[in-house]
Design a protein around this ligand. Structure first.
Ligand code: FE2
Length: 291
């Protein structure tokens, strides 16, 4: 079993922001007050991607967490050794706090999806994921954080709820968790995910990071577009989460229609203020907001 202490004791706190290309120059030249940053690691691994020297320079001043989309936890095949090697090397180069990916699959047979694809949640896929996560954590030499995704479908082959699957998976692999509050809310509205069950059964001690993002309301569903400010019901859900997972490092994740840096920093300040003034847990808050 992998030693999980590395992901538990890193000095990272407060609300950071996702580092995006339009802000790199401003951050390097003006050194804004940001407690930490998260990079999309795949952008620095791909040929023709973002410039590694920039992230190394930023890492001199800010703690960096690595987020990626290529580990494809749900794939029923061997992990991509070359990809894992590159991730490990980048993590060492920038002294990354941790590496996170998603509870999904994103590649199969050498083909890569641009989307994070859900897979059926049952004992068979659990066994596959456990084997794959064990291998990946050995290759990376550290526990990974896994994030709950948003999705727009149910599998008939699923026999476990998402939180049942997550609890079993973390117990069996000692991996850690990244809880995306926006994804939880989007799934709650779109397909009836039981937020109360999810939050109360979550293995709270394993939650090392929280994501906050904005969704786009469509005609009859919410699109997890990451192109808006965090919505009020997601802020309320965040406040609830903090009752169970206080002081969890939090990230403003804005991927499309990226605003100016000061807009992101204002969102981060709002998250900090909520975490410093926790409210009591109120299940009705979320139920009312989603009506
Ligand atoms: Fe996220």
């Amino acid at each position: 079993m992998i030693d999980s202490s590395a992901a538990q004791h890193h000095p990272i706190s407060g609300c950071g922001i996702g580092l995006r290309a339009p802000h790199v120059h401003e951050i390097i030249t003006t050194h804004p007050d940001i407690p930490w940053l998260e990079i999309l690691a795949d952008n620095y691994l791909a040929e023709g991607g973002l410039i590694l020297e920039h992230i190394q320079e930023i890492a001199q001043r800010y703690p960096i967490a690595m987020h990626c989309v290529g580990l494809s936890i749900g794939s029923a095949e061997q992990p991509d050794l070359d990809y894992c090697k590159k991730l490990k090397q980048l993590a060492e180069n920038i002294n990354a706090c941790w590496i996170s990916d998603h509870l999904c699959f994103s590649s199969l047979g050498g083909h890569y999806s641009h989307d994070l694809l859900p897979f059926p949640l049952n004992r068979q896929t659990l066994a596959l994921c456990v084997q794959r996560i064990d291998q990946i954590q050995q290759l990376l030499g550290q526990p990974i954080l896994l994030e709950n995704i948003s999705s727009y479908m149910h599998y008939a082959a699923s026999s476990m709820s998402e939180i049942e699957f997550i609890c079993a998976l973390t117990d069996l692999t000692d991996c850690q968790l990244l809880v995306d509050a926006n994804n939880l809310y989007v799934n709650h509205v779109n397909k009836g995910l039981d937020i109360d069950e999810f939050i109360t059964h979550l293995p709270h001690h394993r939650v090392k990071e929280i994501h906050l993002a904005g969704f786009q309301p469509m005609v009859n569903f919410l699109l997890d577009a990451h192109n808006q400010p965090v919505a009020d019901p997601v802020w309320e859900l965040y406040a609830r989460l903090l009752n169970y997972c206080p002081d969890t490092p939090t990230l403003i994740e804005w991927d499309n229609d990226i605003p100016t840096l000061d807009v992101l920093l204002a969102e981060a300040k709002k998250a900090d203020s909520i975490s410093q003034h926790p409210i009591s847990d109120d299940i009705e808050t979320v139920a009312t907001a989603s009506a």
